[in-house]
Design a protein around this ligand. Structure first.
Ligand SMILES: N[C@@H](CCC(=O)N[C@@H](CS)C(=O)NCC(=O)O)C(=O)O
Length: 214
C-alpha cells in the first residue's frame, strides 16, 4: 500500500495527491507537518532527513522531493498518459516541471502566498510582493504561448508537466494580486478546475492558514 506523509494544505503534498488522484491509486495519507508536526521524530528523520513533506513509502521504497515522486508514480502507473510516451515528450514534461520550480515557485509560493496569507499586513514587503506578481505574470506569458492550440501543456491529455505547473495555479489565481490577461493560461486553468483530482487535492481552501492581521 502506498503511504503519503504530508498535510493537505502543502502545495508540494498537493502535487503528489493530485497525481495519486489522477491515477486512482489506493493509498493512505498521514497528516504531517504544519499544525500536525511529526517531522522532528527519529522515525520521520529516517524517511526524509530533510524533515519536509511530502514523503512516500511504496511497499518499502521511500522517496522524497515532490517532483521526483510525481514522476515515479506516473512512470509506474501512468505510462503513455501522465508519463508521456517517448523520450522527447518525457523530456519536455521534465522541462516544464523544472521551469515551474525555478521560474514560478519562489514568486508564487514564497513571496505571494507566504507574504499575503502568512504575514500580517503591517509586516509585509509590499514592493517584493508587487515585483513577484509582475514577474510571475510575465513568466506565465511563456506558458501561455506553449498552450496556444493545446488543451494541456504537451497536447490533448494532462501529463506531469501540468501537475508541476498547475499545482501552483490555484493559489496564483485566487490570491488578491494583479494578473495579466492570459487567455490560454486561463482556459487551461479552467480545464484543471474541472478535473475531480484537482478539485479534491489542489483546490484546498487556505483561509484557515491566514495569520491574524493578514
Ligand atoms: N522541494 C521539496 C520541498 C518540500 C517542502 O518545502 N515542504 C514543506 C511544505 S510545502 C514542508 O515540509 N514544510 C514544513 C512543514 O510543513 O511543517 C519538495 O518539492 O518536496
Amino acid at each position: 500500500m502506498l503511504k503519503v506523509w504530508g498535510r493537505k494544505t502543502s502545495v508540494n503534498v498537493q502535487k503528489v495527491m493530485w497525481t495519486v488522484g489522477e491515477l486512482g491509486l489506493p493509498h493512505e495519507r498521514i497528516d504531517a507537518g504544519g499544525p500536525f508536526g511529526g517531522l522532528d521524530t527519529a522515525e520521520f528523520g529516517r524517511l526524509n532527513p530533510n524533515r519536509l513533506v511530502p514523503v512516500i513509502d511504496n511497499d518499502g521504497f521511500v522517496l522524497w522531493e515532490s517532483h521526483a515522486i510525481v514522476r515515479y508514480l506516473a512512470a509506474v502507473h501512468g505510462q503513455g498518459e501522465l508519463s508521456a510516451a517517448g523520450e522527447q515528450q518525457r523530456a519536455l514534461a521534465d522541462q516544464w516541471m523544472e521551469w515551474a520550480n525555478t521560474m514560478l515557485y519562489s514568486d508564487i509560493i514564497y513571496t505571494l502566498f507566504l507574504g499575503l496569507i502568512r504575514t500580517p499586513a503591517a509586516d509585509r514587503n509590499v514592493a517584493a510582493i508587487e515585483a513577484a506578481a509582475k514577474r510571475a505574470g510575465e513568466r506565465l506569458a511563456v506558458l501561455d504561448a506553449q498552450l496556444a492550440g493545446r488543451s494541456y501543456i504537451l497536447g490533448d491529455q494532462p501529463t506531469v508537466a501540468d501537475i508541476g505547473c498547475g499545482s501552483l495555479m490555484y493559489r496564483y489565481s485566487t490570491l488578491d494580486i494583479p494578473r495579466p490577461r492570459l487567455g490560454n493560461v486561463e482556459s487551461w486553468y479552467q480545464r484543471l478546475t474541472e478535473r475531480k483530482a484537482y478539485q479534491d487535492h489542489v483546490m484546498i481552501d487556505y483561509q484557515a492558514m491566514r495569520v491574524p492581521g493578514a
